[in-house]
Design a protein around this ligand. Structure first.
Ligand code: PLP
Length: 359
């Protein structure tokens, strides 16, 4: 049987998608070989790649004046690619710091240019929150403003898209496709696939046309957005299987009714888990309500000594990967698109039964 998987990444994939991939594994559409064994330049593969892009464009309503790139190196390589491509003549950018991932991004950017760090993490009544944008000290000559929509480790998420004048660059790794976004508000959106899209090995970059060709001259061509855009993300061999599988996830999402439909389910899932935690004296979530992540829900138990038992019993109940990130401890339930409402219901009943026995 398939358990419910609450892993933060690589994360759960829809069972229907894995079954389709399994069915096509040995003999893709009667061609006598798997998709993994095909040239990325063959007509068959290019059609698969283009279909994936078209479906993602449909799902996110991506305007014509944006390119969609299917790259490698994870979100972490974008921490370097973004400054190398976008810093431009002023060589300066604003970075909003809200947690571990936005910090990693700004540390890389500092290697290439002048980084103005806006420390936007705060505590309100002992709960983690993001400061009001009106208090941010943004520069007036930044080439772009970078932030991470959802801090996957902390479980801290922006309630709204910041409103800035410089092109807005967002790390959407753990929240892309979980809720509708207006792509027009952004210069660039990027996301590692392994949280809410597909398997590890693929990174999506959505970039506005006017930002494609301002890269530093010494940048490797593989990292250069302009080159990748001109070459259909095939400056070199792309991650063909991850791209194909992500395409199956996009098809699945469209069948579910698209992002609006999955958003409703995601809201129900998050509401169920947070309301249970809030009503309980045994569990606690450390995030202010306005900035709670819809995708990653960290929580602690009243007695830290029970953590190991909690994880062991959860696993026996087919509820997997609930340990918090090694840097923060505690528990974390990642409830991405592929985790169904039934998974969260099963988690909440287990938590309740556990609390009754140990509370
Ligand atoms: C997981 C994650 C990353 C890192 O992704 P890699 O693909 O492993 O480089 C960056 N940012 C956020 C918000 C993440 O959740």
């Amino acid at each position: 049987m398939r358990a419910y998987n609450f892993c933060a990444g690589p994360a759960a994939l829809p069972t229907a998608v894995l079954e389709k991939a399994q069915q096509e594994m040995l003999d893709w559409q009667g061609k006598g070989l798997s998709i993994m064994e095909m040239s990325h330049r063959s007509n068959d593969y290019v059609a698969v790649a283009e279909k994936a892009e078209a479906d993602l464009r449909k799902l996110m309503n991506i305007p014509e004046n944006y390119k969609v790139l299917f790259l490698q190196g994870g979100a972490s390589l974008q921490f370097s690619a973004i400054p190398l491509n976008l810093l431009g003549k002023n060589n300066k950018a604003d970075y909003i710091h809200t947690g571990i991932w936005s910090e990693k991004a700004l540390k890389e950017a500092k290697r290439y240019g002048d980084v103005n760090v806006v420390d936007a993490a705060t505590l309100i009544d002992g709960k983690h929150a993001i400061t009001e944008q009106s208090t941010w000290n943004l520069s007036n000559d930044a080439a772009y403003v970078h932030y991470a929509d959802n801090e996957t480790i902390g479980g801290l998420q922006f309630a709204d898209v910041p409103n800035v004048t410089a092109p807005l660059v967002c790390d959407y790794s753990s929240s892309i496709l979980s809720a509708p976004v207006d792509v027009n508000k952004f210069g660039l959106i990027y996301a590692g696939a392994q949280k809410n899209i597909g398997p590890a090995g693929l990174t999506i970059v959505i970039i506005r046309d006017d930002l494609l060709d301002q890269a530093k001259p010494e940048i490797p061509s593989i990292l250069k957005y302009g080159d990748q855009a001109k070459n259909g993300s095939m400056v070199n061999t792309p991650a063909t299987y991850a791209w194909y599988l992500s395409g199956l996830v996009f098809e699945w999402l469209l069948e579910q009714g698209g992002v609006d439909a999955i958003y409703k389910i995601n809201q129900d899932k998050a509401k169920l888990l947070y309301s249970y935690i809030d009503a309980s004296d045994f569990y606690n979530n450390p995030i202010a309500i306005a900035n709670r992540s819809m995708m990653n829900v960290p929580f602690t138990l009243a007695d830290e000594a029970l953590e190991k038992t909690f994880l062991k019993e959860a696993e026996e109940n087919h509820l997997l990967n609930l340990a918090g990130h090694r840097s923060v401890g505690g528990m974390r339930a990642s409830i991405y698109n592929a985790v169904p409402l039934e998974g969260v219901q099963a988690l909440v009943s287990f938590m309740d039964e556990f609390a009754k026995r140990h509370g």
